[in-house]
Design a protein around this ligand. Structure first.
Ligand code: GTP
Ligand code: MG
Length: 301
């Protein structure tokens, strides 16, 4: 736990400050744990964006275990929060037959394109051949933005005109990836559409089209959520989850928020693994999620 842990810790500093200063106050309470203490704890956890359901579970467990001493709350919370997070592998799923396809989805402005670039950059560092597909054909400037990232990280991009069919771009990109011996194709998508057409439907079409060309593709459908919006991210995730068979979450902007408890609510209520977290705006600001390290960073001084 060196550099990466420090970065994680730094990105969680707002959440930690929010959580621990209030917890410390609570722990100064001299009597035994009573309903007043539990109410206070409930408020603290909700303010850290653990969500109603998850917070209720934690409180129920405290009652169940008949915790008496306020001093026992912190170690209890550490254990409990780890166990509320999923016990599953979190690495990006790449298939044995190249190219692996990673579809990046989410509503507008959450950090899809930036996260895609960070991920692509990481693959480039591993000397993998990477191709980017500009399937956001809607937002002004989106294609140029991807172009710039591509040049910076040494990845080619496949693009069409603005307003063209995002699924056609994805299809062409997969053809190109197959022809060029690309290891990983990453598909950038829009967060909003110019037509009334449902965003989820449009994304499903992308999936269908690439699935026709490669049966297992996309190997990953990564949903990008912005941690700063708090519980709204949960409703966004519900929208995408079933329709698109989301395989993992990238939680961005953890550095700018005190709502880091989001991670626990997402995993506990949606059962989708958070695979990566965004800790800033530069290419290196992407951290693989580890539940033990996360909780440790949340409570460390
Ligand atoms: N602080 C911080 N900023 C981030 C992070 N990830 C993305 N951003 C910023 O969020 C803003 C939006 O990022 P984009 O990657 O363009 O978001 P998008 O989802 O592709 O947006 P649209 O294409 O408009 O739907 C940019 O200013 C990014 O630099 C992060 O982890 N931390
Ligand atoms: Mg974008």
């Amino acid at each position: 736990m060196g550099y990466i842990f420090e970065r994680l810790k730094r990105s969680l500093s707002k959440t930690r400050r929010n959580l621990s200063s209030k917890l410390e106050n609570l722990l100064k309470f001299r009597g035994k744990i009573n309903s007043e203490v539990l109410e206070e704890l409930e408020a603290i956890l909700i303010q850290a964006d653990l969500g109603m359901k998850t917070t209720a579970k934690v409180l129920e467990k405290i009652r169940e275990e008949r915790l008496k001493e306020p001093a026992d709350i912190k170690p209890f919370l550490k254990r409990e929060l780890v166990s509320l997070l999923l016990d599953c592998p979190r690495s990006i799923n790449l298939s044995a037959s190249s190219p692996s396809v990673i579809l990046v989805v989410g509503v507008n402005g959450v950090g899809k394109t930036t996260s895609l670039a960070k991920l692509a950059s990481r693959f480039r560092e591993e000397n993998k051949k990477v191709l980017l597909a500009a399937s956001d054909t809607f937002r002004a400037g989106s294609i140029e933005q991807l172009d710039i990232w591509g040049k910076r990280i040494g990845a080619e991009i496949i693009k069409h005109q603005y307003g063209s069919d995002p699924a056609a771009v994805a299809y062409d990109a997969l053809s190109a990836a197959q022809a060029r011996g690309i290891d990983i194709l990453l598909i950038d998508t829009a967060g909003r559409l110019h037509t009334k057409k449902n965003l989820v439907e449009e994304l499903r079409k992308i999936k269908r089209v690439i699935g026709k060309k490669k049966k297992e593709a996309p190997e990953e459908t990564l949903l990008v959520l912005d941690a700063t919006v708090g519980q709204n991210a949960l409703s966004q995730a519900k929208l995408f989850k079933e329709a698109l068979k989301v395989t993992g979450i990238i939680l961005t902007k953890l550095d700018g928020t005190a709502k880091g408890g989001m991670v626990i609510a997402i995993e506990n209520e949606l059962n989708i693994p958070v695979k990566l977290i965004g800790t800033g705006e530069t290419l290196g600001d992407l951290v693989e999620f580890d539940r033990g390290e996360f909780v440790e960073a949340l409570f460390s001084s």
